[in-house]
Design a protein around this ligand. Structure first.
Ligand code: URA
Length: 246
């Protein structure tokens, strides 16, 4: 930045300030929540001079934050958004008490799904983690309502035509009679549940145990911790230097 203002597109600036991911920030900008130097900016191509322009979100001045990264073990019966739902379902803010920065969850898990969630204020990284284009694999342990038949697993590996298009997992393994491990790199809604239901199974428990190089490990349900340096380095290497499957 030496001497010159850093010019960043308005949605990216909001992400740098920990307001939302770049994609969600676009909606907030279009909705008129953002002012630059006193004027509402709706134009998504607008560029902000970081540390020079006065940028407000919902009337409060926002500034770029230092980037922080946490993993959380989301328990069942919490939304994967920060705030509670209109139906009074609890959001993640009930679990995260001592993070001073405004972090947001990356990607989603269903209300009754559990496991690994990444929390960060780094909008650029968040976008890459959740976008299938970057091919970051997610691993799920999936408990079924009945014993899994071997031929079904072979068919699962070939994929299935779901109502929103074809889906093929990266890997499917039987761990126990009624427990599968499914690896995929898609973010479609209820994808695991819809996929196994195509083969006649119902999910009774769904736990995400890995996102790319990040592992849930022994982190207790409902707890969170900062990413280790080594974890962050491996994640960034994968996201920024790996080949993009465009
Ligand atoms: N697939 C689902 O069906 N639900 C989740 O929460 C995640 C993946």
């Amino acid at each position: 930045m030496e001497g010159r203002a850093l010019l960043v597109r308005i949605n990216r600036y909001l992400a740098m300030c920990g307001v939302a991911s770049r994609r969600s920030a676009e909606e907030l900008i279009k909705a008129g929540f953002v002012k630059v130097n006193g004027k509402v900016v709706n134009d998504l191509s607008f560029k902000v001079r970081a540390w020079v322009d006065r940028v407000e979100f919902k009337g409060k001045i926002i500034l770029p934050e230092g980037q922080v990264y946490y993993i959380l073990n989301k328990p069942c019966c919490y939304l994967s958004s920060l705030k509670d739902g209109i139906d009074s379902k609890k959001g993640l803010l009930h679990l995260i008490k001592n993070i001073p920065e405004r972090v947001f969850p990356v990607g989603r898990l269903d209300y009754n799904s559990e496991g690994l969630m990444l929390l960060t204020n780094d909008g650029e990284l968040a976008l890459r983690v959740s976008h299938p284009r970057y091919g970051l694999e997610k691993v799920y342990l999936v408990w079924m309502d009945k014993v899994i038949k071997e031929p079904h697993v072979r068919q699962m590996l070939k994929g299935a035509r779901l109502e929103d298009g074809f889906f093929s997992p990266d890997d499917v393994r039987i761990i126990k009679q009624n427990l599968l491990e499914i690896t995929l790199h898609e973010g479609r809604k209820h994808i695991v549940k819809r996929f196994v239901s195509y083969f006649g199974y119902r999910v009774v428990r769904l736990l995400r145990v890995a996102i790319g190089p990040l592992r849930l490990g022994a982190l207790p349900s409902g707890q969170y911790r900062p990413l280790k340096e080594s974890e962050l380095r491996t994640l960034k290497l994968k996201l920024y230097q790996g080949r993009v499957n465009a």
